[in-house]
Design a protein around this ligand. Sequence first.
Ligand code: ZN
Ligand code: ZN
Length: 314
Amino acid sequence: MARETTICGTDLHIMKGDVSEVPLGLTLGHEGVGVITEIGGGVTCFKPGDHVIISCITSCGKCAACRRGMYSHCADGGWVLGHLIDGTQAEYVRIPYADGSLHLIPPGCDDEEPLVMLSDILPTGYECGVLNGEIQPGDAVAIIGAGPIGLSSLLTAQFYAPSQIIMIDPDANRLEVAKTFGATHTLPSDDAAAGVMKLTAGIGVDVAIEAVGVPESFELCEAIIAPGGRIANVGVHGRSATLHLQKLWAQNITIRTRLVDTVSTPMLLKTVRSGRLEPKQLITHRFPLHEIMQAYDTFGHAAREKALKVILTA
Ligand code: ZN
Ligand code: ZN
């Protein structure tokens, strides 16, 4: 039973028709917490009544990709929920390979709602942004995009004590939120490259995290990366971006891409339980499941509604 679920930016892309492989009439959603009502014959780690986090990535645990921890490329899984099979925006959802695709919520956890943030956005912001950016203590970091994913990178980047975290976004409200989440500086998108250079004594940042998914923001990462720096792409791209090799070829930089594997979810759950990470701050709106169209409207007009994550309760 899917108790609480949420809407992802990816769902909006699907609604717009950007993800052509999604069959018409599919139930969307790849995030949620719930209670198990029934298990299949192959399930050994869970039983009915267990409270669980549903991972956005399905993992068989046995294929070559899973054996190396790259669950996103599981031969019989990966991102399938709300993409190729019915997803979590429903009262009930079937999770294939439950043993590898669910995480037990320890008994006695009195507030499960924030744990929905562990289905996708926190592991995505952490694995694709922070881990791939190899943030080190003292680093200067820029995060382009202060939506839920960029903010998840901002929250988890602080595990590594960077000296600067510069958030860049056109939405002034999101930049205000970013300040309360630990950003050291915020910049509007206009002329952001010049602003970053000013803040870093003309050197640029050690880590640039792209959390938007448009060519302009990826090219901004190229413009502000310091020699030896790492560009970590998180955004979902539908168009090609220009790679400025004539400028970057001698700069010792690294460019990394990734689909979230959700290998970090158990670790992130521990940091949430200890209070080190507070995913509740990402939730701005709540709707009952039957008001899902209003929820989509709110999330689809995030700037107008000051929306980050929108919770749907079944
Ligand atoms: Zn998502
Ligand atoms: Zn697999």
